[in-house]
Design a protein around this ligand. Sequence first.
Ligand code: ATP
Ligand code: MG
Length: 316
Amino acid sequence: MELSQIDPQIIVDDCPELILGQHLKTGGQKRVWRCAYKGKAYVMKALMVGQETRRRVRREIQVMRACASPYLPKFGPIPLRELGLKEGPKILYFLEEYIEGTPLASVYKPMPYAEVARLGLCLAEALATLATNGYLHRDVKPMNVIRKSPTHFILIDAGLALDPDGDAITMPGKVVGTRAYLSPDQITLPQKRLDIRSDFFCLGSVLYEAATGEHPFWNDETPKGDIIHNILSFECISPVRFNAHLPNPYATIILKLLRKNRDERYLDFKELHDALAPLVQDSPNRSLAKGESEASKRRNVERTSARDQGTSRRRI
Ligand SMILES: Nc1ncnc2c1ncn2[C@@H]1O[C@H](COP(=O)(O)OP(=O)(O)OP(=O)(O)O)[C@@H](O)[C@H]1O
Ligand SMILES: [Mg+2]
């Protein structure tokens, strides 16, 4: 049986207080539905049981329980449940706070630059909370961010979070994360040597895309071939090239996050926060992309979501 064949009704039969809502997504690992439990809205996430999925889901829950932040989701009211099906396989399911909003991958880009600054601050805060509790996210990408409002963004899906002192959730030497949003550190260093600067690089990729509508390592100006090669060796073009309206301080911050050498990035949350905070105060909340046609807006959204779902024509 495949993930897409999980029938939510068997979960409702197992947990009769659940009221099932809209199917939101079948992602790489999970099927996600909106639901209600005792009068409150949640998402229900279901996975096929496997050695790795079990560890990932436990890690995701462990992180939600340990890390309280307005920029991270909260674990729901029932413990993780494992359910055996008649056909043999087992599924895992759990509830998580429902975040009303839009996945960042589906938000029109370039985003107004005040929003880019807020996005940077919210994600930096989320990463700092994880790091304070000893975790790295390792999968910062537009599909794992929900835009609740123009000033509030939430980082979801800590299933790949690394706890350097705990069990590895993947085989040693195996690169984990989503190819287009990996950091050079994730590709070249042993997992145990990663630190918050790796997540900062991924944040740089997300902000670059938010500010320009282009991926820093996969656009018309980057070498064709393998995106991993570009992440490791191609110095990305200034975001101002793709968005002439972008104020210089934004470009400076994004390019510093994207330095190949992690010693040249922001070293900790405070340093990054001090760079981003003045932008939030200074920026008028206006569109970066004045005069852009509806058709090009649509193309942009389609391209972004195709890339994130791995269906882009170019190999990333
Ligand atoms: N707490 C939430 N509130 C609202 N929507 C959510 C929530 N969690 C997940 N979603 C939606 O479901 C999608 C998939 O969730 P999640 O990232 O946890 O699963 P996944 O299998 O890792 O997916 P992917 O491989 O695409 O990252 C998200 O991109 C988002 O659209
Ligand atoms: Mg995800």
